[in-house]
Ligand binder design. Structure first.
Ligand code: FES
Ligand code: FES
Length: 172
């Protein structure tokens, strides 16, 4: 039986070459070029994808290590015809300039908001006994692995805060 990996809900056969990184598998083998290769060394976050709900740098892992795992790339989050709330917020806040880092920023932001919703603390969480809130310090700390060479950080933080607020308002 062929070993597979689930990409945006569709099972795909793993690459024949076990040395293929998850990033190269997505971009070169599957043509999912939304995920970007920035540094290829785990330093920029441009290649961030979500694996089984958690964000990882896809340049630092081999596709073969993810048999049966569920991977979500930016294409699985939304596209021009059906943007997610985060993608809409990034557009509304003008949270990109060249946009190269944006897919990784949005994948990271999606998983980061889920981490906060689950109550996971970060290095910026002052009180470990209190409910974790999505304030600016938490966003900056949790997004610190995603670099933007254009310096659109202020707008990225604003976009994520908008989504956090919208989601909180929707639950009350
Ligand atoms: S390309 Fe993976 S962290 Fe930069
Ligand atoms: S928008 Fe250009 S690197 Fe982030």
């Amino acid at each position: 039986m062929t070993a597979t990996i689930v990409i945006n809900g569709t099972a795909q056969p793993l690459p024949a070459d076990p040395r293929t990184s998850l990033l190269d598998f997505l971009r070169h083998d599957l043509g999912l070029t939304g995920t970007k290769k920035g540094c290829d060394h785990g330093q920029c976050g441009a290649c961030t994808v979500i694996v089984n709900g958690l964000r990882i740098n896809s340049c630092l892992t081999l596709a073969a290590m993810h048999e049966d795992d569920a991977v979500t790339t930016i294409e699985g989050i939304g596209g021009p015809d059906d943007p997610s709330d985060l993608q809409n917020a990034f557009m509304a806040q003008d949270a990109f300039q060249c946009g190269y880092c944006t897919p990784g920023q949005i994948c990271s932001a999606k998983a980061m908001l889920d981490e906060i919703a689950m109550g996971w603390p970060s290095d910026a969480t002052a009180d470990l006994t209190a409910e974790v809130t999505c304030n600016e310090e938490e966003i900056r700390e949790r997004m610190s692995g995603n670099l933007c060479r254009c310096g659109a950080y202020a707008n990225i933080v604003a976009a994520i805060r908008d989504v956090a607020k919208e989601r909180a308002d929707a639950t009350v």
